[in-house]
Write a protein that binds this ligand. Structure first.
Ligand SMILES: NC(=O)c1ccc[n+]([C@@H]2O[C@H](COP(=O)([O-])OP(=O)(O)OC[C@H]3O[C@@H](n4cnc5c(N)ncnc54)[C@H](OP(=O)(O)O)[C@@H]3O)[C@@H](O)[C@H]2O)c1
Length: 294
């Protein structure tokens, strides 16, 4: 192993943290780990990581500390007992949190004399360290550039700016699509089950629709430009047409006896747009049902 590489401490050994350790070890970084449940360290220790027997010792082992925890409360729970060791080091928290919770966390770390970066890993654990992996990062630009090479072992860094909440906002926005799509996929599977269509037969059909969304959006006029201009030409898929379908999906879900909250939330966007006379406009008008507006 190349001991000249930057030592890294990794705290939090769920699937994501373990994948990060493997990737850092493979690149030759000495890695010290700590996890609340010590047995979760066994595999990475076998691969070459050093297990610290307390958070304070883990922090003291490296100038760069990466956190992969469930949320920022876990950071307080873990680093609370190691706060005196933080001074002069850099904490990179790659755990999920709300943007405001992240800003509070950044202030807490800064109050203990450490630099702080926040981020979100945008691939599942098995893809960490592969060419497709990327990580949103925000915080002080000089700190980000100082650690970019090491963090790139996890995924290519996409730096968004100084505000620590920004990377988290981008992470949550992407998870917005991810989580809603997964729930809608399973909602559709459950709906088809009520018609006797098994998941294995349903999924190929549903995946075709899911995969068809990007080409559909790419084929039309630039959606970003339209949204920025507030232009919603109704020549293809109107609010009236899409809204009627949203109504039918709620009716179908209710008739099938499955949970209808997700389609009802979608229906509400179209109901809002129709009730304000936007029926002839493009479906994209529903963004104004979501935005804060006067
Ligand atoms: N898994 C993925 O594919 C994926 C993809 C992108 C981003 N992420 C993000 O990466 C982070 C970690 O994900 P994961 O899948 O590895 O999650 P996980 O399996 O839930 O692991 C979470 C880690 O946090 C620790 N933890 C939670 N609460 C704690 C507390 N109060 N005190 C001390 N330790 C605490 C757990 O310790 P114990 O082992 O003791 O429970 C564990 O090490 C999350 O923020 C997630 O959003 C995950």
């Amino acid at each position: 192993m190349n001991r000249t590489r930057t030592p890294v401490t990794l705290i939090g050994l769920g699937p994501m943290g373990q994948a990060m350790v493997h990737s850092l070890l493979a690149a030759g970084h000495p890695v010290t780990v700590w996890n609340r449940t010590a047995s979760r360290a066994e595999e990475v220790v076998a691969a070459g990581a050093q297990l610290a027997d307390s958070p304070a010792k883990a922090v003291a082992a490296s100038d760069l500390i990466v956190l992969s925890l469930t949320d920022y409360q876990a950071m307080y729970d873990v680093l609370g007992s190691a706060a005196e060791e933080l001074k002069g080091r850099t904490v990179v928290n790659l755990s999920s949190e709300s943007p405001d919770g992240t800003r509070e966390g950044a202030a807490w770390v800064a109050a203990h004399g450490a630099d702080f970066l926040t981020g979100g890993v945008m691939v599942p654990a098995p893809m960490v360290g592969t060419p497709d992996a990327y990580v949103y990062l925000s915080g002080p630009a000089d700190v980000a550039s100082r650690h970019e090479d090491v963090l790139a072992r996890i995924g290519a860094v996409r730096y968004l700016g100084e505000d620590p909440g920004l990377a988290q906002l981008m992470y949550q926005a992407n998870l917005d699509i991810f989580l809603t799509s997964l729930s809608s996929l399973l909602h559709a599977v459950a709906l088809l089950e009520t018609g006797g269509i098994k998941p294995s037969a349903a999924l190929p059909e549903l995946m075709q629709t899911l995969a068809g969304i990007p080409p559909m959006l790419a084929a039309g006029e630039d959606l970003g430009a339209q949204l920025e201009a507030g232009r919603h030409p109704g020549h293809l898929s109107t609010v009236t047409m899409m809204g009627a379908t949203a109504d039918h999906l709620v009716e179908a879900s209710e008739a099938a006896g499955i949970d209808a909250d997700l389609p009802r939330a979608v229906q509400a966007h179209y109901t809002w747009a129709r009730s304000r006379g936007y029926g002839a406009e493009n479906w994209s008008r529903i963004i104004d049902a979501i935005r804060p507006y006067v």
